[in-house]
Design a protein around this ligand. Structure first.
Ligand code: ADP
Ligand code: MG
Length: 214
C-alpha cells in the first residue's frame, strides 16, 4: 500500500524499535561489557535510547532534524564512551542528512560523515574491538550497493556485514576504551558496543519504507 511519509516518522519508528530491541538484549550487553569493562553498556544504551525517543517526540521536523536532536539527547542521558560516540554518530548523520533526499547515496554520505566523526572523537580504527568494527563494514557494504537501489533493499543487503563485523570482534583484543586496560580478558567475547550498534542497524531495516511507499 502506498502512503506519503510523514516528516520524522521513520526516525521516530526507528528509535522506538531500537529501544525495544536493545532492551531485549540489555543483560547480554551488560555481560559482554563485564568481561573486560564495567558491565554498564546495556543499561547505558537503554537510558540513552529512552531519552532519544522522548526528544524525538518533542521535535517537529524532518527525519534528519529528528535524528540530530535524538543524538544530542542520547549523549546527555547515556554518558560514558558509548554515550558520546553513539550520540555523535546520530547527530552528525542527522545533520548531514538534513531535510533529504533520503536515497541510498545520501544516506551513505551521511553515515560516512558519522563514522568519520566517531573515529575523530574516539581515535579508534577497525580492528581495535569497538563499535567501529560493526559500523565500518556496514557503511562500506552500503556504499557498494548500486546507487539506484532503493534504501530498504540496500540496507537489507548490507546488514550481514554489520552482524559479521560485530561477531568478528570476539577474536580481537581491545585497544580502545575502558576494556583496553584488560585487553586480553576481552578475547573470546564480542565487543558490546559493536553488538549494540548492529542491533541499531537491524532495527532500522524494519522501519525503512519499501520502494512502493516512497
Ligand atoms: P564505558 O566504556 O564508558 O563504560 P560503555 O560500556 O557504554 O561505555 O560502552 C563501551 C563501548 O564503547 C565499547 O564496547 C566500544 O564499542 C565503545 N568504545 C569505547 N571507546 C571507544 C573508542 N575510543 N572508539 C570507538 N568506540 C569506543
Ligand atoms: Mg561500560
Amino acid at each position: 500500500m502506498s502512503s506519503p511519509q510523514i516528516a520524522g516518522a521513520v526516525v521516530r519508528r526507528w528509535l522506538a524499535l531500537a529501544l525495544e530491541t536493545v532492551a531485549a538484549h540489555e543483560e547480554e550487553l551488560g555481560r559482554l561489557d563485564a568481561a573486560a569493562g564495567d558491565g554498564d553498556h546495556g543499561a547505558t544504551m537503554v537510558r540513552g535510547l529512552r531519552a532519544a525517543v522522548a526528544a524525538a517526540e518533542k521535535v517537529n521536523g524532518s527525519d534528519g532534524q529528528l535524528l540530530a536532536a535524538a543524538g544530542a539527547a542520547f549523549a546527555d542521558a547515556a554518558g560514558g564512551a558509548s554515550g558520546a560516540l553513539v550520540g555523535a554518530l546520530l547527530t552528525t548523520t542527522g545533520r548531514t542528512l538534513g531535510d533529504g533526499p533520503y536515497d541510498t547515496p545520501s544516506v551513505v554520505k551521511a553515515l560516512q560523515a558519522g563514522l568519520t566523526m566517531v573515529k575523530r572523537l574516539g581515535k579508534a580504527q577497525p580492528g581495535d574491538k569497538t563499535l567501529i568494527d560493526a559500523l565500518q563494514p556496514f557503511v562500506d557494504a552500503l556504499a557498494a550497493q548500486p546507487p539506484d537501489q532503493p534504501l530498504a533493499a540496500a540496507w537489507r543487503a548490507a546488514l550481514p556485514a554489520a552482524r559479521q563485523g560485530a561477531a568478528a570482534t570476539a577474536s580481537m583484543v581491545a585497544k580502545r576504551g575502558r576494556s583496553a586496560k584488560l585487553g586480553e580478558r576481552s578475547l573470546g567475547h564480542a565487543d558490546p558496543g559493536a553488538v549494540s550498534l548492529a542491533l541499531l542497524l537491524q532495527a532500522a531495516e524494519a522501519v525503512l519504507p519499501s520502494a512502493t511507499d516512497r
